[in-house]
Design a protein around this ligand. Structure first.
Ligand SMILES: Cc1ncc(COP(=O)(O)O)c(C=O)c1O
Length: 442
């Protein structure tokens, strides 16, 4: 099959986060997937170095997950979860609660990471209101944070191109911590940098400015992915937790990327030994086979909101038509079983040292200014061509695709997050292709 055989009219689909004109003049199409590989429309095998979009942790088209969806689609396509229920949603929530950190065992379903973030922010506001502290409305995010594209998410997020067109209508009561990347201090660190824990103290400055009594929650990605793999400094997240505790502020970890095994534990919270009050997730929650997100909430936060509701009345005025959709829930049950039965999170932890060695092998290549990694996530930062941010990385991304590997890039940072089923030989193959592409790019 090639592009001509497909005979596609590409006009109508306005592609997300894509240079539409550039893409449509020179498209890259994927038509099949299995295990570690995509098949391109010109029938080449493409090694998946990004688990799709940080999401297909168990590899593509895993039989158990495909079968679960097929069976559910034939049995019951849809059932509402507003004042009704169906078994798969409850089963999926219970399975998620089994692997979340202790105490975070109430699960609200959404359909994406963006919806999970907005849901978590609403839960934080509803919680403080239910406790009689409705004036706690301020939300604290972080520079360079990515929390999806809802108005809540872009307000607490810190990526300026995602914010600027909407800047007049972002949430009003928001502040931002500084991000934690410092290439001068920590370039080519393997794992967590020793420099930078003090940046968490900025939260104290923000608390002093606004007063703790006005602040509802702090939201951070424990490891920032989409902005270009920023690994938290040692002790940083612990400090954030301490400061939040001291001031009665909820701590939200956005684990849309780090959740479901990326760092070798179910959640980054367990990897870092820091327990937030709320965890957002999506992507890997059902191996991305059907859109689904979820928010895991501390029982005490859940109970505060639910117990404050009037008898007979809805307690939390929020939800989506597809919250806990039967197909998504069936896929989640199957995916969570695969993760458990195959020991995939443990596998990720075992592969991480080889992944680290392999990616850091690229440090002496032209234009490489930093390499960062943790668990099964890695980033390679390149110097930016004069006045053309992202141009070098885009060229490398296209070359990798032509050579048979799918990678990601943000600005001039290449990002890697392969399915957790990848072999050591495939890790080397991936970084071999990337090395070649970097060498060939001026
Ligand atoms: C940390 C984080 N939060 C939220 C999102 C948004 O997820 P979605 O694209 O499913 O809305 C992403 C997506 O990459 C993410 O990385």
């Amino acid at each position: 099959m090639n592009m001509k055989d497909l005979n596609l009219d590409m006009t109508a689909f306005w592609m997300p986060f894509t240079n539409n004109r550039q893409f449509k003049s020179s498209p890259r199409l994927l038509v099949k997937a299995e295990g570690m590989h995509y098949t391109s429309s010109d029938n080449r095998q493409i090694l998946d170095g990004t688990a799709g979009l940080w999401c297909v942790n168990a590899g593509h088209c895993r039989t158990e997950i495909v079968e679960a969806i097929r069976q559910q689609a034939g049995e019951m396509d849809f059932a509402p979860t507003f004042q009704m229920g169906h078994p798969k949603a409850f089963e999926a929530a219970a399975k998620i609660a089994e692997i979340t950190p202790q105490g975070l065992d109430r699960v609200f379903f959404t359909n994406s990471g963006s919806e999970s973030v907005d849901t978590a922010l609403k839960i934080a506001l509803a919680y403080h209101r239910a406790r009689g502290e409705g004036q706690r409305t301020r939300l604290i995010g972080r520079e360079r944070g990515y929390h999806g594209v809802g108005f809540g998410g872009i307000s607490v997020g810190g990526i300026s191109p995602n914010r600027k067109a909407y800047s007049g209508q972002l949430l009003p009561a928001v502040d931002h911590l500084p991000h934690t990347l410092n290439i001068k201090e920590a370039a080519f660190t393997k794992g967590q940098p020793t420099w930078g824990a003090h940046l968490a103290d900025e939260l104290e400055r923000i608390v002093t400015l606004h007063d703790a009594s006005t602040i509802a929650a702090v939201i951070v990605e424990p490891l920032a992915g989409s902005t270009g793999v920023l690994v938290p400094p040692q002790g940083y997240l612990q400090k954030l937790r301490e400061i939040c505790d001291k001031h009665g502020i909820l701590l939200i970890f956005d684990e849309v990327i780090t959740g479901l095994g990326r760092l070798g534990k179910p959640f980054a919270a367990q990897y870092f030994g820091v327990t937030p009050d709320i965890i957002t997730m999506a992507k890997g929650v059902n191996n991305a086979a059907v859109p689904m997100g979820a928010v895991a909430v501390k029982t005490s936060v859940h109970d505060t909101i639910v117990d404050a509701g009037n008898t007979g009345a809805i307690e939390f005025f929020h939800g989506y038509t597809y919250s806990g959709h039967p197909l998504a829930a069936a896929a989640a049950c199957a995916a969570l079983d695969v993760y458990k039965n195959d020991g995939l999170f443990e596998r990720a932890a075992k592969l991480a040292p080889h992944f680290e060695k392999s990616i850091h092998g690229l440090r002496d290549l032209p234009n490489v200014v930093d390499i960062r990694n943790l668990g099964m996530v890695g980033g390679i930062e390149l110097s930016t061509r004069d006045g053309k941010p992202g141009a070098r990385a885009h060229e490398i991304f296209v070359k990798c695709f032509e050579k048979g590997a799918l990678i990601r890039y943000t600005g001039d940072i290449l990002a890697f997050s392969p399915p957790l089923i990848i072999s050591e030989a495939q890790i080397d193959e991936l970084f071999g292709i990337v090395a070649q592409a970097i060498r060939e790019t001026a």
